[in-house]
Every structure is written in C-alpha cells, then in structure tokens.
Design a protein around this ligand. Structure first.
Ligand SMILES: [Cu+2]
Length: 199
C-alpha cells in the first residue's frame, strides 16, 4: 500500500467511526405514555419533558401564526436557542409580547409582516397580544429537545433519548405538576410512563 492510499484508508475509517457513533447516539431509547388530565379541558395545555438530557442541538426556527384572532399553534414546544417567527394572517394588526422570564415585546405589526425572537432561557412563556387581551398562547422552552405536547388523547412520545437516568416532568397551564419521576433510558427500548394531573 502506498503512503497515499494508507492515508485515504485512515480517513475513511475515521469517517466510518464518526458515522457509527452518531448513529448510535441518534438511536437512543424512547419514553412514552399517556397523561390523564382532570378536568379534561386543560389536556391540550400539557407538556411532558425530560430534565438534564445532555447534547448540543442545532438551533431551529419555528412558526407561531396569528390567525382568526388566535395564536396558532396554541402551544408551541421548542428548545432553548431556537427562534420563533411570529406571523400575522389577520386583517388587523397584532402585538406580540410575554411578561415571563426575561420577557419580550416585539411591537405591533400588520397582516403579512412577521417578527422573530430567539429564546435563550428555558421556561414557560405566556404569549400575549396587547391589542387583543383575549388572545393567549403558550411557548414552552425546554433545556433540551426531549419535550413534547400531548396529543388529543393525552399520549406523548419522547424518542431518540440518549441512554441515561433522567427526571421525567410534566407542565400544565392550570394544574399542579406531580413530583418528577426518575427514568432510566436504554438504547432501543421504550419505557412506558403514565402520568396523572388533577386539581
Ligand atoms: Cu392581537
């Protein structure tokens, strides 16, 4: 083997090792289950998330629309570092602000315009419009990407979680969260964890 070919083989081997490593990390395990919410009218405002999952996810941009005098989606789940692009599809001007955590006020803007905000800190941000006090949305900012709103039946799934032991937590707009649960995630396995939220 020439020196040159040998170098090419080494580079290829290194690339394959990195690829294998990232595949293993991407696989991970899954935590899934159902959240039982009483009263059921608050079900849609429920987020299940894992605390302290390591990683350095690439920032993303997600949309929150203002349409029909509502924030759409009503609840948006993102990760710290992500940007939200606020749109306006109504014929009236809307304002975008939140008094929570570090707070923001993106001013008022007309149909077809948009504003962006990058969320640096994890937490729950009530999303309000100063022009229309009846408008209310929620932006849940996780400290890692393993957070999800429940579906219409209360089910959730947190996939591709790197192996480890974490605290499973739940947030709801009106109901007190039960104590966190400790969960141990292993590669290729799904853990079932059902949760109950009551007044
Ligand atoms: Cu408005």
């Amino acid at each position: 083997m020439t020196q040159r070919t040998s170098h090419a083989v080494e580079v290829l081997a290194a690339v394959l090792l990195v690829a294998a490593g990232s595949t293993a990390r991407a696989a991970g395990g899954t935590v899934a289950g159902k959240v039982d919410v009483t009263p059921a009218k608050y079900l849609a405002e429920t987020v299940v998330y894992l605390k302290g999952v390591p990683g350095n996810p690439a920032p993303r941009t997600r949309d929150m629309d203002q349409r029909g005098m509502q924030f759409v989606p009503h609840l948006l789940v993102i990760t710290a570092g992500d940007t939200v692009k606020f749109l306006n599809h109504d014929s009236v001007a809307h304002n975008v602000y939140s008094p929570d955590n570090e707070g923001y006020n993106l001013g008022s803007f007309k149909q077809g315009e948009s504003r962006t905000y990058t969320f640096k800190s994890p937490g729950l941000y009530t999303q309000l419009c100063s022009i229309h006090p009846e408008m209310l949305g929620y932006i849940f900012v996780g400290d890692n990407p393993h957070a999800a709103a429940v579906d219409a039946k209360g089910r959730y799934e947190l996939a591709n979680v790197p192996p480890g032991t974490y605290r499973l937590a739940v947030w709801n707009s009106h109901l007190k969260a039960p104590p966190d649960k400790s969960v141990t995630v292993t590669d290729g396995k799904t853990i079932q964890e059902n949760l109950t939220l009551k007044r």
